[in-house]
Structure formats: structure tokens, C-alpha cells
Design a protein. Structure first.
Length: 599
């Protein structure tokens, strides 16, 4: 990777604007040569926190822009959108279209990654040539690679693949590709500490051959820029990234900014860690869980600048080895300012890097991380199970936060085996996969535990797996006849075939008289593709009822007749009008995924 000039972390005072008293604000002066415009431009969107943060877009995706543009009196006005691409010195101009009540709509399709700028301008439409018009503030849109908007993740522990090496993971790629996943996420691949190493099921008494938790990073073989010798070498990571790309798969590495007691930094940089009164270093805790094998980093230490720089070096090291996707462990336990700085620094030389925030925490904290630059975020989907919960949550994600937070829905993780998955059997695994793959443009599973329907908890009332792969190597039979791999592959093929499922902005929910039937649709804002999904949320018995489809939401005229093709079963249906009766048996199929075509 070529050397690039690195900007220093910000000063403690930052660059926030100084608060100003209303009494000290200067009133605008009017020049006789510049008569104020009669036009007003306001309520421009997208705007995030008044322009403090950039909105999000992706290459090839239509980025809608709206604003109120109007003038005094009865004279008509016109409005346009001005857009400045990264690296360009010229503004592109696009007309805006009136949509009623002085609201104007339009947008642009970015053709490159980077920070774009836009503003909305308005002027009087008549021969009033003396009116100079008005424009909004200039606002930013960060345009990401398409993978940030639409991706399918598959998590696997390398030590449980084949003989447990990265070379075995390369041989495993055809299996992952056969299910249509395009991101292969690996938990930390670094050397694992020996001190306080955890044994099976997070016990404190490991045997001599127990591998420990990959999140306890660092030993005499190295730290965050080293690879566990049992897995392979740094060169093997680069080989894996290259081989995965040939299958259309990106390798995602875990960024866990924490250390084992044996990490080289513990002796080389003791100033990076917080200590107790007796001088010992604090270990990590998430009550009631205790992680004696993990030392958190102290982002409030006097050496915070050196710590930030060292962590940036870690990310850039792996970027230089071909890694372009990172899943970030517990980012909500580190400062927001750190992430805003680090992500900006990484993108200054590698703008195609994608960051996923693993932050199961308070909603506003998750949202702030997204504003700071994270491309995607884990969600509460895992625990949203009723129709009301799913409707409320995903309506919020597709409206209020859609301009800056991209959800990534996972039915399970190595840490989360919900009570629903523990008791629901094959139907609940199937319906949760359908929901995750169609409600969210980004989704993922922890495999092979998911497709093999691993459902036994460590103990009643917990979400921990028994014989958790976090603490021991597992051996999976991928050739069993009951595997859900064919369903996962089918879902990812449906997603690839339907642009409507590759974005979150057009998600709409429809009415059903049965609370066990969840009905929703998505349509492609750039074309005629539309998908209607009906899911039976009851894994134990068949459910039926009447549904009322808002035909306009799927691009159909009122009371029209239309053709439906079930992308899961292959069955075809003809419906007329908004109301239809459906029945879904979980033992046969948990859902309809209909492609919609007007007759």
C-alpha cells in the first residue's frame, strides 16, 4: 500500500462552532444593488442533523432529493438540483418536479464513490430577470460502494473448517458461493492469549488443547497485525481475499479493539490500558459476564493520540492486504469522535472500505455510530418477532433513519440464540431467514449453525449456545439432508433477481386481519420491479386470513388484475383488486415471496 499523509487526531477541543447568543447575531444588511430574492428554499432533504453529518448513498442508486420551493405572490417558480461530484470542478444541474403543496422532488444517480455535494436552487418562472433566485445550504452525501447498500453475509469460524486453516477456508468458498452469499465474515484471526484462557462454554478451567476465544487477541506470536499460526499467515489472508473475489465474495475481518493479557501492547504500551488502584489492568465485563481473558483499551488515557494512530495502522495494514470489509466489535464502547476520525482517515486513501457496526445498544447510540461513518449496523431484528414489533421497527428503519443508517438483519449470531430459535424447529429458522432476507437489503447468518438449525442453549433461560464455537472447535456435517442451505441459496437468488429487494427505502406494510400474517412489499424506484411478501409468523400451525394490499405501493392501478409468481414455490396466481385470501402452512412453506406483474 502506498504511503499516504495521515492527518493527526483532532485536538481535545475539537472544531465545534462556538455558541452564539441571539442578542449578538448581526441582522442581515440589504445592498441597493442586490435586491433580496422573492424565492424561498427550505426543508431540503436529505439532511442529517442540520448538515452536521453526511447522508448516505451508493454507486448506481438513485439518491432522492426533496425541498419546499416557493415565492411570494402568485407568480410561478422553478426549482433545480445542483450536484458536485468528488474530484469535479463543475456542478451538474437537474430539474426538480413539483409534487404538490410547493414540494419539489428529484434526485441524481452517483457514478463514483466519495463525498458528493448538492444544493437546491429556485427562481421565479416568469420574465422577472432582476430576481437573482435563492439556494439552500450546500449539503453532503457520502456515496459508498454498492456492497454497502446490498449484501448477504455468512459468518464462519476458520478453525472449524476442514483442518482449521485459512487454506481450508479457501477450499470452503464454493460452498459459501453456492448459497449466494457475497460477504464471508471471519471472527478474529489473530493469535489468542494464553493467560486466563477460557475453556468450553466460557469456563475458567481450559484444557491444554482448548483454543480459547478469538476475541482474546494477542500472544508472543503477535497482536492485531498477526495471524494465529494454527490458522496460517498474513499472506494466507491476502490469498483468501483474492480467491474469494474470484467467487464474487468479499472477505470481512473482525475489528476487535481489545487485547489479551499476553498482547505485545501490554508490555510495549502499558499507557494504552486502564488500571485499578493497585496497578493491575482492568479486564472486560458485561454483567453478569466476566472476560478475564480480555483487557479493554483506555481511550481516555493521556496517550489517546498514540492509541488512535496505532489502531488506524491496524486497519490500514489489513486494507493493504486486500481486505475491504470490516465487522467492528462493540464500537459503542469506544468514543464517537474516534470512529468519525478513523473512518474518514481510512476512506481518504481507500474509499471503498465498508464498516459494519456490531452495536447491540441504545437506539440513539446506534444511530450516532451510523452518522459517524459506519456503512451498516446490526439491528434488533433478532428480538423483533411479532407482527406489530416488526412493522414498527422496520417502518422506522425505512423512513426516519433511512438516509444515514443501513440495517443488517441477522437471525442468529455466535452470541445470540433466541428462545424462539431454541424451540421453534425448522419452520422458525425458515421464516426468520425469509424475514431477514426480504425486510432488509443487508442480511447475514452465523453458519453453519443456522443452516444446520443449531438450537440447544447452554442452559435454560440463556441465549448462549451449548458447546459454543467461541470457545472450542466444532465439526459440522454440511451434507445432511435436513440442511437449510438450499433455502438460503434460493433467498439470495431471489434477492439478486429483484432490485426491489436491494434497497430499504420503499418498504411498505399492508393490512391483514390475522396478526400472525405479516404482509409487506418493496418496489424498485428506478424500474417496474415489485415484490410482495406474506409470512406466517406462527411456526407451529397453519394460518389464514384476508389481506388488503395497497396496490399503489407495488405500482398497480386501483382495482387492477395482476399476476403473482411465488419465487419460493414456483406457483402462479391471478388476483383482482386489493383484497385476497391466503393460507400458509409452516410445514410446507412459511411464506409467499411474490413477484408482481400487472395483467
Amino acid at each position: 500500500m502506498p504511503d499516504t499523509e495521515r492527518r493527526s487526531p483532532p485536538s481535545p477541543a475539537g472544531s465545534a462552532p462556538r455558541a452564539t447568543s441571539i442578542a449578538t447575531i448581526e441582522r442581515p444588511t440589504v445592498s441597493a444593488s442586490e435586491r433580496p430574492s422573492r424565492v424561498v428554499v427550505e426543508l431540503v432533504a436529505p439532511v442529517v442533523d442540520g448538515g452536521r453529518f453526511a447522508a448516505k448513498g451508493s454507486v448506481g442508486e438513485h439518491r432522492p432529493v426533496v425541498a419546499d420551493v416557493f415565492g411570494d405572490g402568485h407568480d410561478p417558480v422553478v426549482a433545480r438540483l445542483d450536484v458536485l461530484a468528488p474530484g469535479s470542478g463543475e456542478w451538474r444541474q437537474y430539474p426538480l418536479t413539483p409534487s404538490g403543496n410547493d414540494r419539489w422532488t428529484g434526485g441524481f444517480v452517483p457514478d463514483r464513490i466519495g463525498r458528493w455535494w448538492f444544493r437546491v436552487a429556485g427562481a421565479m418562472a416568469g420574465p422577472d430577470s432582476t430576481d437573482r433566485g435563492a439556494s439552500s445550504e450546500v449539503l453532503a452525501v457520502d456515496v459508498d460502494p454498492a456492497r454497502a447498500r446490498y449484501s448477504s453475509w455468512y459468518e464462519v469460524f476458520p478453525r472449524s473448517v476442514g483442518h482449521g486453516t485459512l487454506t481450508d477456508v479457501i477450499a470452503h468458498l464454493p460452498y459459501v458461493a453456492s448459497m449466494g452469499f457475497d460477504v464471508l465474515y471471519l471472527p478474529p484471526v489473530h493469535p489468542i492469549g494464553r493467560s486466563y484462557r477460557k475453556g468450553p462454554n466460557n469456563t475458567a478451567d481450559p484444557g491444554p488443547d482448548d483454543p480459547g476465544s478469538p476475541w482474546a487477541i494477542g500472544n508472543g506470536a503477535g497482536g492485531h497485525t498477526a495471524v494465529d499460526p494454527a490458522l496460517g499467515t498474513v499472506a494466507d489472508v491476502a490469498r483468501l481475499a483474492t480467491a474469494a473475489a474470484e467467487h464474487g465474495i468479499a472477505v470481512a475481518l473482525d475489528l476487535a479493539f481489545q487485547c489479551s493479557p499476553d498482547h505485545p501492547w501490554v508490555t510495549e504500551h502499558p499507557e494504552f490500558f486502564r488500571r485499578r488502584a493497585d496497578g493491575s489492568i482492568r479486564y472486560a465485563e458485561n454483567p453478569p459476564k466476566k472476560y478475564q481473558d480480555i483487557y479493554p483499551l483506555d481511550f481516555e488515557s493521556a496517550a489517546w493520540r498514540d492509541l488512535w494512530a496505532a489502531l488506524l495502522d491496524v486497519v490500514q495494514f489489513w486494507v493493504g492486504r486486500g481486505v475491504r470489509v470490516f465487522r467492528v466489535d462493540n464500537p459503542h464502547t469506544k468514543p464517537f469522535a474516534f470512529w468519525e476520525w478513523l473512518i474518514s482517515e481510512v476512506r481518504s486513501s481507500a474509499p471503498d472500505v465498508v464498516f459494519l457496526a456490531e452495536a447491540f445498544t441504545k437506539p440513539r447510540v446506534m444511530e450516532r455510530l451510523a452518522k459517524c461513518g459506519f456503512n451498516q449496523s446490526y439491528t434488533y431484528f433478532t428480538w423483533k418477532q411479532t407482527a406489530d414489533e416488526l412493522r414498527e421497527y422496520f417502518t422506522d428503519l425505512s423512513t426516519r433513519t433511512v438516509d444515514f443508517l443501513r440495517p443488517n438483519a441477522w437471525p442468529n449470531t455466535p452470541d445470540i440464540l433466541t428462545e424462539q430459535l431454541q424451540r421453534g424447529g425448522r419452520p422458525v429458522f425458515a421464516l426468520r431467514a425469509v424475514l431477514a432476507a426480504t425486510l432488509s437489503a443487508n442480511w447475514g447468518v452465523y453458519g453453519p449453525a443456522f443452516e444446520l438449525m443449531e438450537h440447544t442453549p447452554r442452559s435454560p433461560g440463556t441465549e448462549e449456545y451449548v458447546a459454543s464455537e467461541k470457545y472450542e472447535r466444532r465439526y459440522w456435517n454440511l451434507t445432511g439432508p435436513d440442511s437449510l442451505a438450499p433455502l438460503l441459496g434460493r433467498l439470495n437468488r431471489i434477492r439478486a433477481d429483484h432490485p426491489s429487494l436491494q434497497q430499504d427505502r420503499t418498504l411498505r406494510f399492508h393490512h391483514s386481519d390475522n396478526p400472525n400474517l405479516l404482509v409487506y412489499s418493496k418496489h424498485d424506484p428506478d424500474g417496474g420491479d415489485a415484490v410482495l411478501v406474506i409470512v406466517n409468523l406462527d411456526p407451529d400451525q397453519a394460518q389464514h386470513g384476508w389481506i388488503d394490499v395497497d396496490l399503489a405501493a407495488v405500482g398497480l392501478p386501483y382495482e387492477s388484475s395482476f399476476h403473482l409468481h411465488d419465487e419460493l414455490s414456483g406457483d402462479a396466481y391471478w388476483w383482482t383488486g386489493a383484497w385476497s385470501w391466503v393460507r400458509l402452512d409452516p410445514d410446507h412453506s412459511p411464506a409467499h415471496i411474490f413477484s408482481v406483474r400487472c395483467s
